[in-house]
Design a protein around this ligand. Structure first.
Ligand code: 1JT
Length: 256
């Protein structure tokens, strides 16, 4: 059967384990015929990522810390050598110090702020700059964001500011790269229990609140996000760019 991603060359940044949102996206893209490549950061994550990558026949598994210019440049050099180009970039990368995801927002340190911004927002701009020249026949880029960018979510703190910068970056990148046939979008996912989320104070409580109040009365799954990612990165969304699509059981439409 024909797949929506047949032969598409997709580089995925941000798989940490089988619960990762990036992994949910990768599985759906694999089912639809995509060719996949992955990054990893450090030996511990390599051990987790390699078996997952092999299970979907990945053609590239590369060390790439997004704060390391040499590794980023090496990664896209490898993409060019192996594939000769790129069709889709998935950015599912974020970081904040644990102490900056609780307590008073006014206590955010300069170092903590800059680190969250660098890894969670600037990295999209950097990856986009490296990926765009490989997208000679056009392409698509997708990043992941969260409601805390738009409204205050207790404890999300510095990540909310970083995600706001990320969402604005999606719009500026979409305007910049649109003339080259490159679309740039974000998915604002409802809370999902990933490795990143598991260390966060009060995270379980958020899952419960969504189940109780969201229009769909359930939490979203990796598959929900993966299928919306498939829409945004395939020809189905050919006219969509600079958009933040909420995949959140409708939670963000609610007022009081
Ligand atoms: C990061 C973490 C980015 C957790 C994230 C995230 N984007 C969404 N989440 C889940 C989440 C986290 C908090 C929250 C609601 C949802 C962990 C560190 C790396 C970056 O507010 C209570 C804090």
């Amino acid at each position: 059967m024909a797949g929506l991603m047949d032969g598409k060359r997709v580089m995925v940044f941000g798989v940490a384990n089988e619960r990762s949102i990036a992994w949910g996206i990768s599985r759906i893209f694999h089912e639809q015929g995509a060719r996949l490549g992955f990054n990893f950061v450090g030996d511990a994550l390599e051990k987790r990522v390699r078996p997952l990558a092999e299970s979907v026949g990945a053609e590239l598994v590369l060390p790439c810390d997004v704060t390391d210019d040499a590794q980023v440049s090496e990664t896209f050099g490898q993409v060019r050598e192996t594939w000769g180009g790129l069709d889709v970039l998935i950015h599912s990368v974020a970081f904040a110090n644990k102490e900056d995801l609780e307590g008073r927002f006014s206590g955010t340190t300069r170092a903590g702020f800059l680190k969250a911004m660098e890894i969670s927002a600037y990295s999209l701009i950097h990856l986009a700059r490296e990926a765009a020249p490989l997208m000679a026949e056009g392409g698509t880029m997708l990043t992941m964001t969260y409601y805390g960018a738009e409204k205050v979510v207790e404890n999300y703190n510095v990540m909310g500011v970083a995600k706001a910068a990320l969402e604005a970056s999606v719009r500026y990148l979409a305007a910049d790269l649109g003339p080259d046939g490159i679309r740039v979008n974000a998915i604002s996912a409802g809370p999902i229990k990933t490795l990143a989320a598991s260390g966060v104070r009060g995270f379980r409580n958020i899952l419960g609140v969504v189940e109780e109040r969201a229009p769909l009365r359930r939490n979203v799954t990796q598959e929900d996000v993966g299928r919306s990612a498939l829409y945004l990165c395939s020809g189905l969304a050919g006219g969509v760019t600079g958009e933040v699509v909420h995949v959140d059981s409708g939670y963000s439409i609610l007022g009081y």
